[in-house]
Design a protein around this ligand. Structure first.
Ligand SMILES: *Cc1c(COP(=O)(O)O)cnc(C)c1O
Length: 448
């Protein structure tokens, strides 16, 4: 019998008992593909036998690959709280429980329960945002990049927007301010130099075609040395004098003053609102500690204009985002900061981090050599460029394994660590208290 004749017939093949617990339609599809591969390999003389058992294994393996979830939970032991690659902010579990009811029932997303007629999608968060920030009105879109785009498209199409050369940034994932501007139809008017921009640069740039003075947070870099930039407070006042809009893309907006002497350099939304700005925008999932969203707050008449922009329909957020965001904002209104995981991590004392590190140490020190050390980490998410905050880490060594090897072994178990000075570190700034048990299990599993 030739090899080709030995190839199993599909109907008979899929009736094998080993496929019993799998859905037949997907198994059939994969089986056909695997049989085709086998036939091709035979014709190309790459195989010299037909092994039905290994064919079955290949089918099951491919089935597992297709159906196992790609998006998975990981333990973030890098110390970076707002880690963009690891999903930025964590959502409070109880928030999610409340949101389940809204999302799995019909709800008043665009329905005014009092008046019994069509309501406004954005009304659900304006109440809390007004209360928190003192803004006149607010709107929420897909993310802060959308917010920037929508604002520029609404107010600056074919008009000039004045930005300092020191703020024409590129943010991770290739969000380039100048390119977003040109895509939105705004005409970029660069002022100043890379290291210095003065108030008079803004004043001199304004002409009859100017629509806006924009400031952009320097999220992922800082300019040191011989520098000067114009505070947003002054930008607001120059805009007012010249009857144009002022707008600050804050990047990561935070409501509560930051710890570790960062408050002075990185003013909160509340502080910035004291300048009475026209428009501010910030991310929902950076230091605000909620879902991916772009939040725009400011003057009512301007927000009204944004709401009329047809693009809003493409950038709008769904009920789950709104419900989670409302819950997060409510935690701020009620002063329940401990309910916001991102802030919880940021404000945890070094003593507490050290206690946790010591618990893990005592759990695993008979397996590998480890040491509790003082370290520094970044908040991340472009919140405080080049400014580190204190933290506690557990250094980890195992036999004569290289740090890269340990990192790789732990990564296979979804435990993401940091390597610093040729040492593997588990940084407790971003490790959740209830993850200590899981980390212990992982280390026991891989190193014993
Ligand atoms: C992060 C950031 C953005 C983009 O925000 P996303 O919510 O990620 O879309 C825009 N501008 C600045 C200054 C940022 O830091």
């Amino acid at each position: 019998m030739s090899l080709l004749q030995a190839i199993p017939k599909i109907d008979k093949f899929i009736s094998n008992k080993k496929f019993e617990k799998y859905p037949i339609s997907l198994i059939t599809k994969i089986s056909k593909k695997q049989i085709d591969i086998l036939r091709k390999d035979i014709l190309e003389k790459k195989v010299d036998e037909v092994n039905e058992e290994s064919l079955i294994l290949n089918v099951i393996k491919e089935y597992e690959e297709i159906t196992s979830p790609s998006l998975q939970a990981v333990i973030n032991a890098t110390g970076i709280i707002v880690h963009t690659n690891l999903g930025r902010s964590l959502i409070n579990k109880e928030s999610f429980n409340r949101v389940i009811e809204v999302a799995t029932s019909y709800n008043n997303l665009e329905y005014d329960l009092q008046k019994g007629k069509r309501g406004e999608r954005y009304a659900h968060i304006t109440k809390t945002l007004k209360e928190l920030t003192g803004c006149e009105d607010a709107i929420v879109v897909n993310n802060n990049a959308s917010a920037v785009f929508l604002i520029l498209n609404t107010f600056c199409k074919n008009k000039e927007v004045v930005v300092s050369r020191g703020e024409l940034v590129e943010i991770g994932g290739s969000f380039r301010v100048p390119e977003v501007m040109s895509q939105s139809g705004a005409v970029l008017k660069e002022i100043g130099t890379t290291n210095k921009t003065h108030a008079r640069d803004y004043e001199n740039a304004v002409n009859e075609n100017t629509s806006m003075l924009m400031k952009v947070h320097k999220s992922n870099y800082s300019i040191e040395g011989f520098t000067s930039e114009v505070d947003f407070e002054e930008v607001v006042s120059i805009a007012k004098q010249n009857n144009v809009i002022d707008y600050y893309d804050m990047g990561s907006g935070h409501i509560i003053d930051l710890p570790f002497n960062l408050a002075q350099k990185e003013p909160s939304i509340t502080q910035i609102m004291k300048y009475n700005p026209s428009l501010l925008s910030f991310s929902g999932d950076k230091l605000l500690g909620s879902v991916q969203a772009g939040i725009i707050i400011g003057k009512k008449e301007l927000i009204e204009k944004i709401k009329k922009n047809q693009l809003l329909r493409m950038l709008r957020v769904d009920k789950i985002t709104l419900a989670l965001l409302e819950d997060n904002l409510n935690s701020y209104v009620k002063g329940n900061i401990q309910d916001i995981p991102t802030l919880n991590m940021l404000f945890t004392s070094l003593e507490t981090l050290e206690q946790r590190a010591n618990i893990l140490k005592s759990n695993i020190e008979d397996i590998c050599s480890c040491e509790v050390i003082k370290t520094q980490t970044l908040i991340g998410g472009g919140t405080t460029p080049n400014k580190k905050i204190p933290s506690i880490a557990l250094s980890l060594k195992y036999q004569n394994y290289k740090p890269n090897k340990i990192e790789q072994i732990l990564r296979k178990e979804n435990l993401i660590v940091r390597i610093e000075n040729d040492t593997v570190l588990l940084d407790f700034r971003s490790i959740q208290e209830d993850e200590i048990v899981k980390i212990t299990q992982i280390i026991k599993k891989v190193f014993s």
